[in-house]
Design a protein around this ligand. Sequence first.
Ligand SMILES: Nc1ncnc2c1ncn2[C@@H]1O[C@H](COP(=O)(O)OP(=O)(O)OP(=O)(O)O)[C@@H](O)[C@H]1O
Ligand SMILES: [Mg+2]
Length: 259
Amino acid sequence: MNGLLTVAALSKAYSGSGRQVAALDAVSLAIAAGETLGLVGASGSGKSTLARVLLRLLEPDAGSIRFEGEDWLALRGADLRRRRAHMQMVFQDPLAAFNPLASVASVLDDPLRIHGIADKARRPGEIAALLERVGLPAAFASRPVRTLSGGQRQRVAIARAISTRPSLLVLDEAVSALDVTVRGRILELLVELQRERGLAYLFISHDLAVVRAISHRIAVMDAGRIVEEGPARDVVTAPRSDAARQLVAAVPRLVTEPA
Ligand SMILES: Nc1ncnc2c1ncn2[C@@H]1O[C@H](COP(=O)(O)OP(=O)(O)OP(=O)(O)O)[C@@H](O)[C@H]1O
Ligand SMILES: [Mg+2]
């Protein structure tokens, strides 16, 4: 398989209060370069756990991950830090983790510095170019993060994620908190960036309509397992699993739309 990312039989259990939760139960999937795989599933089905394992924020109990041709789980230390630039994450409110007084420039400067993308003299220009690319004025660089709207914050988060020239973005509920209009614009930006840079996305959401709008293929999770996977249109128009049927039923307008 020449996939960018190949995940095989990944498992992860959480133990707490005397019982085990199988958050991931032998999950396998693949993503090709430049492709969007949508991942949907009910709350608690294991989507964010999968994202965290992929990003090496959480170690799995079993299974393997190949990314850019490497044994991703075997990478350690400086090798892992270097390769991490190629798999970036955008989640629901990524800037919430920053000091609210931090400027947009400082949020974007960190990855450029840490990953050695641009030297100090070139970083302001790189930051301006990143802001422009995500549809924000260069003057936003000096704005404190807390003065931005939700949509603007998410644009900055996307700028930060693409700053290290990744091949894969893991987006976990990245547009879920945005109103419909802003959400549509952010999805358009993601599609443009994908065309331009050949980026692949693992696009995670509990909302099948949003996933349908951006994904080439869709995988459906239920209780830690991938229960269905196929071309986006097929999963939406002819769901085979109970979990997929329930998600489709929750979005009635989808089933009445002409295919
Ligand atoms: N740190 C943790 N400790 C114990 N259990 C956890 C932990 N994180 C997640 N879980 C459990 O693992 C399961 C999967 O959680 P996960 O957050 O991956 O689901 P999700 O599909 O992302 O849900 P949502 O759509 O609500 O974001 C759930 O049963 C959850 O309660
Ligand atoms: Mg989640």
